[in-house]
Design a protein around this ligand. Structure first.
Ligand SMILES: Nc1ncnc2c1ncn2[C@@H]1O[C@H](COP(=O)(O)OP(=O)(O)OP(=O)(O)O)[C@@H](O)[C@H]1O
Ligand SMILES: C[C@@](O)(CCOP(=O)(O)O)CC(=O)O
Length: 463
């Protein structure tokens, strides 16, 4: 599908994430998480769709995700003159897309309350996502051989995802592009507007999931790599999930605006891995159900408060120790680059103790408590096959340490390794006959600490 873009189009992209430390704990505001933003990004390009005629005072918002079969969702929208007419209604599609729908509804409500004069325009949203988000088993040749984005034979429902937070990156990119289109005087990247985009994206993501999660994935999609602690879950009231529960369009829009412009009292401290260290994400091809695991862990916590508190306190101390070691390494790299270069040169194989050994110990401590939680809550956070895989990885020259990211389970592993050894590590696992490595696929990504960014339209020429 070749798409022409008019000059008034705007494009934004947002990154995926790896939650290296703080899974489960981040659900509570007193704990913080360490989230790495990834080079795998999702792009949204928004433009006016002039060729469509408006019917019965309704405008059209058409979203296309051309990399996937049937990737088309067309919504119709009223002009705000009756109760629910600012809610997007799906008019033609092969299935719904709750994240897109919630993103459109939330940003339209905010723009209405902010006096946008662009809401009567028909809009087109084009979505492009980097390959690492999805299994490439059904990949077909892209329309141009040079393209960064590849195409699938199947619909998005049928292509396995790798768990990088595609819904959070999609929601964030779509919200930013629509925000810029409907409120052209505001720059979404201006720090005060960026907070609004963040709050809109959190609200939309919660609406689509019908629950208020920790929000770490949206925070890193917006702000990039961060140390994050959450907003209070109860700031998002139930009526915000359903515009029909509020008497008028104006009232709903104002509720959204008030929430979006309030202070969410959360923490997002920019961070970045130390130089010379790289993140490797391994997809292990099976997958786990995160919501089910989270409810098992929270259930364990409720039934065993004293014990759970003890484990979470120790796990939190281990998470903090890891973050401190990473911070110490970055400081050393800045203050004494020669010693730092010698440290990386010596590597973890050097027998005299160095900060790389400390970093490995930090990972091992975190894993110890994740395994205790696995045994006691029965949620398979670090199940035995993942233990075996991580232990095997630690034996590869250049690997410093690793964990099961996020909720853990059979989704993925995250490894920190010396940048200079990344290719050797990949060669090692692909040639190895060890059964632990047989289902492992290293994803094509690295840390890219930047969150939301504006994109040049030339990126999408001839797609
Ligand atoms: N490229 C895309 N085009 C259109 N919709 C997409 C795209 N990528 C993701 N989505 C939407 O996001 C949904 C996937 O969200 P989900 O929360 O299940 O996975 P995830 O965010 O990738 O993974 P995780 O939460 O485990 O990190 C898809 O079903 C679809 O609705
Ligand atoms: C278990 C939890 O803390 C992390 C889930 O992370 P992931 O989706 O597995 O990357 C849930 C959450 O924070 O919303």
């Amino acid at each position: 599908m070749v798409m022409a873009l008019d000059s008034k189009a705007v494009a934004y992209s947002a990154p995926g994430k790896a939650l290296l430390a703080g899974g489960y704990l981040v659900l509570l505001p007193q704990y913080s998480a360490y989230v790495v933003a990834l080079s795998a990004r999702i792009h949204a390009v928004v433009s006016e769709e002039e060729e469509r005629a408006n019917t019965h005072k309704r405008v059209t918002i058409a979203a296309y995700s051309p990399q996937f079969k049937d990737g088309e969702w067309v919504y119709s929208l009223g002009d705000g003159s009756d109760k629910s007419s600012l809610s997007p209604v799906l008019t033609s599609a092969y299935g719904n897309n709750p994240f897109l729908e919630a993103a459109i509804r939330t940003v339209v409500a905010y723009s209405h309350a902010s006096g946008s004069r662009m809401l009567k325009k028909n809009v087109s949203i084009k979505i492009y996502s980097d390959d690492a988000y999805h299994s490439q088993d059904d990949r077909v040749t892209s329309p141009t051989t040079q393209s960064r984005f590849h195409y699938h034979l199947n619909s998005i429902r049928d292509v396995p995802k790798t768990g990088l937070g595609s819904s959070a990156a999609l929601t964030t990119a779509v919200i930013a592009a629509l925000f810029s289109f409907y409120l052209p005087d505001l720059d979404p990247l201006d720090p005060s507007n960026l907070d609004k985009v963040h709050n809109l994206a959190q609200l939309a993501h919660c609406t689509a999931q019908k629950k208020v999660g920790s929000g770490f994935d949206i925070a890193s999609a917006v702000y990039g790599s961060v140390q994050y602690s959450r907003f209070a879950a109860d700031i998002i009231s139930n009526e915000l999930f359903d515009p029909n529960s509020v008497e008028s369009v104006d009232k709903f829009s104002n509720l959204v605006k008030n929430l979006v412009e309030s202070d969410w009292k959360m923490t997002h401290i920019p961070s970045s891995l130390p130089p010379g260290l790289s993140l490797l994400m391994g997809d292990v091809k099976t997958g786990s159900e995160t919501p089910k695991m989270a409810s098992m862990v929270l259930d364990w916590r409720e039934k065993n408060p004293a014990r759970a508190n003890e484990v979470w306190t120790l796990l939190d101390q281990s998470n903090t120790a890891l973050v401190n070691t990473l911070y110490q390494m970055s400081t050393l790299a800045e203050k004494d680059p020669r010693s730092y270069a010698q440290l990386l040169e010596a590597g973890i194989e050097d027998s005299s103790p160095n900060i790389l050994h400390q970093l490995r110990e930090n990972f091992l401590e975190i894993r110890k408590y994740l395994r205790i939680m696995t045994i006691e809550s029965h949620a398979l956070i670090e199940p035995q096959p993942q233990t075996d895989l991580l232990d095997k990885c630690n034996q590869i020259p250049g690997v410093i340490g690793g964990v099961v990211p996020g909720a853990g389970g059979f989704d993925a592993i995250s490894i920190l390794a010396l940048e200079s050894k990344i290719q050797d590590i990949k060669d090692f696992t692909s040639k190895s006959k060890d059964s632990e490595f047989s289902d492992l696929i290293w994803l094509d990504l690295k840390e890219q600490r930047i969150g939301l960014q504006r994109e040049s339209l030339s990126l999408y020429n001839n797609l």
